[in-house]
Design a protein around this ligand. Sequence first.
Ligand code: HEC
Length: 274
Amino acid sequence: MIKKKSLLGALVLAATMAFSANPAQAAGETAHAYQQSWTFSGVFGTYDRNQLRRGFQVFKEACSSCHGLDFIAFRNLSEPGGPQYSEEAVRALAAEFTVEDIEAEGGERPAIPADRWPDPFENDQIARDANSGALPPDLSLMAKARTIHQEFPWWVFNYFTAYQEGGADYIYNLLTRYAEPPEGEELQPGMYYNEFYGPIVMPNPLSDGLISYEGEGTPETVEQYALDVAAFLQWTADPHMVSRKQMGFRVMIFLVLLAGMMYLVKRKIWANAH
Ligand code: HEC
């Protein structure tokens, strides 16, 4: 009896936790989040290499002056499943940066593909001083650290649609919803207003036409930049998503085949038992 009770208790606890779980406490609590359709959504979703390249370009040109990407080494940008730049391109990209190295002459040397993406600020204090006291967080895992808030019953469907793009949706909404503050709301000096986030220290980093994409046909708009950089940050946070999904699918096929075989074996064994 006691066992049953504690099981029930655990279920109730889990249910209340699921109801109240809202990782995006800083923001989306009140604002509705617009969900996007991503190439990497669903069970068969994959990253779009060209989109990741554009997203990397947006990160480099519009975000990397404030935000780090600590968990990404230059060479990761040439690996399968990612933006897949050629090794020469990655070597040339790395060489644009200098990194500290106590063994090098003068304590510095040009970066090589094995180096991590260099931080824009020397330390957190300098970063805060440059940003009205707020620390621009590292973006490598940001797409995993944030998600959007969904009202019941909508999040229930996430289990069936394998929805895991909350982080990308969050970043997209954050970047596209800078606005004038609502009437009567006074902003502190050095603060901006974002419909989705509320008052924010980060100034709007994007504007139409800010970044010119190679080739033609991709719109150069805030909307597109936000989609691309959100996709890129989803990849930095979860670079092995595609292989994980493929493995999951193979395991399901294996289990179905195994179940069929077990059924045939059972029939054979029991065939003569009357
Ligand atoms: C001028 C500096 C600056 C630039 C450029 C900048 N940011 Fe930020 N960002 C900040 C600061 C400061 C914060 C901390 C937010 C705050 O406290 O208001 C922040 C916070 C964030 C957050 C976290 C919000 C949260 O939920 O906590 C994300 C995501 C983000 N930035 C993405 C980006 C992206 C993507 C770009 C490029 C398109 C970018 N930022 C460009 C300064 C910057």
